[in-house]
Design a protein around this ligand. Structure first.
Ligand SMILES: C[S@@+](CC[C@H](N)C(=O)[O-])C[C@H]1O[C@@H](n2cnc3c(N)ncnc32)[C@H](O)[C@@H]1O
Length: 391
């Protein structure tokens, strides 16, 4: 059994044991069933004051330490999700050629190129955007690169940047999900930074049959384009991940500006006010998700918001409804959900690392040697793992 198979199997067992904690979202179910089986945990979470909640939400280690007395299995988590870091110094580049990228992105790209090193074959950048990553490789190691990107405007802008830097980077307006995309991988070293969902899965599925020589991809946005149930690529698994689980894997604690954070809290509280009324109208009915709410509804006050959402979702409102009470109920539910969400958040990296081992297993099955490694700190980007494969 390969390392990836053993680690995925260990995560299978761990995630199955903790499934009652991470599967139900307290934003959909006011009191997930685990509140009955772990009443002391529910009580401890619901009693958290705002500063403590903020501190625990911002620090995974502190949250785990808080939760372990109630959920001892969490003590095993660091060993299960540990991945090796790979850092090395890439060849230097001139700043002048590198000045067109916002700072964080440049730092991610620098770290990615350093971790991957010199290309093993002709470079193909998958879902290249403006091709910053491919350009960084060319600046470090020379040669030529192809950049596949669906958006023609990004291709044109990328072409202008590489012409200005005097680099042999060739853009192709291409849909990587189309059948023709496979041909571009023959003999190539494919690279992809933050290819969303289906786009990285497509690359991993194609790499073997299309004859790629090497591949380095930093996956992100796992739910994008996913089926209702994730199809394991690395052989059978007892674990069933639905789209909510894939969403959880990439849920981040909001680090928006105080104004945006306050707006997002209010929107959540108002939506939960609607959800509470809908539940009162149809007791026992399963939670139903609803379409995004138009941005201007929340700018026009709670009553307008609630009436508009109720009308769209066919929920009759009591003409004597007290809007202040309904809003307060939404806020109470929002505050509780943020607290009861902590055990779920503690499990999210386990789902992501499970998915990464699954992708590595798929590549092993296609004849590659596959590795997972961290290419930068999570503070630079939370999607900081490269799936790396060599023939
Ligand atoms: C998250 S961005 C990443 C871009 C770049 N790799 C980066 O890190 O800045 C994803 C890119 O994939 C492109 N894209 C989306 N669907 C695509 C498809 N089917 N074929 C090719 N490119 C696609 C988008 O236009 C976008 O530029």
């Amino acid at each position: 059994m390969s390392l990836h198979a053993r680690r995925r199997a260990a995560l299978d067992r761990w995630l199955a044991e903790l499934a009652p904690l991470w599967m139900p979202s307290p934003f959909c179910e006011a009191r997930p069933a685990w509140c009955q089986t772990h009443p002391a945990l529910a009580e401890a979470l619901l009693g958290l004051d705002e500063p403590t909640l903020a501190a625990l939400s911002a620090d995974d280690d502190a949250a785990r330490a808080f939760l372990i007395p109630h959920l001892p299995a969490l003590a095993e988590l660091p060993a299960l999700i540990e991945l090796p870091a790979r850092e090395a110094a890439p060849a230097p580049v001139s700043r002048a050629a590198w000045q067109f990228i916002p700072g964080r992105k440049a730092a991610q790209i620098d770290a990615f190129a350093a971790a991957v090193g010199a290309p093993q074959g002709p470079l193909v950048e998958w879902c290249a955007g403006k091709g910053h990553l491919g350009r960084r490789f060319l600046m470090a190691w020379g040669g030529e690169a192809r950049a596949l990107e669906r958006n023609a405007v990004l291709c044109r802008e990328g072409e202008a940047l590489s012409a200005r830097a005097g680099l042999a980077q060739h853009f192709e307006v291409a849909d990587v999900l189309a059948a023709e995309a496979a041909a571009s991988l023959a003999g190539a070293h494919a690279i992809a930074l933050h290819a969303c969902g289906d786009l990285h899965r497509r690359l991993i599925d194609l790499a073997g049959p299309a004859g790629a020589r090497a591949l380095d991809v930093a996956p992100c946005c796992y739910p994008l384009g996913a089926d209702d149930r994730y199809r394991p690529r690395g052989g059978d698994s007892a674990l069933v991940l639905d789209r909510n689980a894939l969403r959880l894997a990439v849920t981040e604690t909001v680090t928006a500006s105080p104004r945006l954070a306050a707006e997002s809290e209010r929107l959540s509280a108002w939506k939960l006010a609607f959800v509470a009324l809908r539940e009162a109208h149809s007791p026992g009915a399963a939670y139903r998700s609803f379409k995004p709410v138009p941005a201007d509804w929340s700018k026009r006050g709670f009553a307008f918001f609630l009436q508009s959402l109720a009308a769209r979702e066919h929920l009759p409102l009591d003409p004597k409804l007290d809007f202040a009470i309904a809003e307060a109920a939404g806020w109470a539910r929002h505050r509780a959900a943020r607290r009861l969400q902590l055990p779920r958040l503690a499990c999210r990296r386990a789902i992501e690392v499970w998915l990464l081992h699954d992708l590595a297993l798929a590549l092993e099955g296609a004849g590659f040697e596959a590795e997972l490694h961290l290419f930068c700190a999570r503070t630079l980007t939370p999607r900081n793992v490269i799936v790396s494969a060599r023939r």
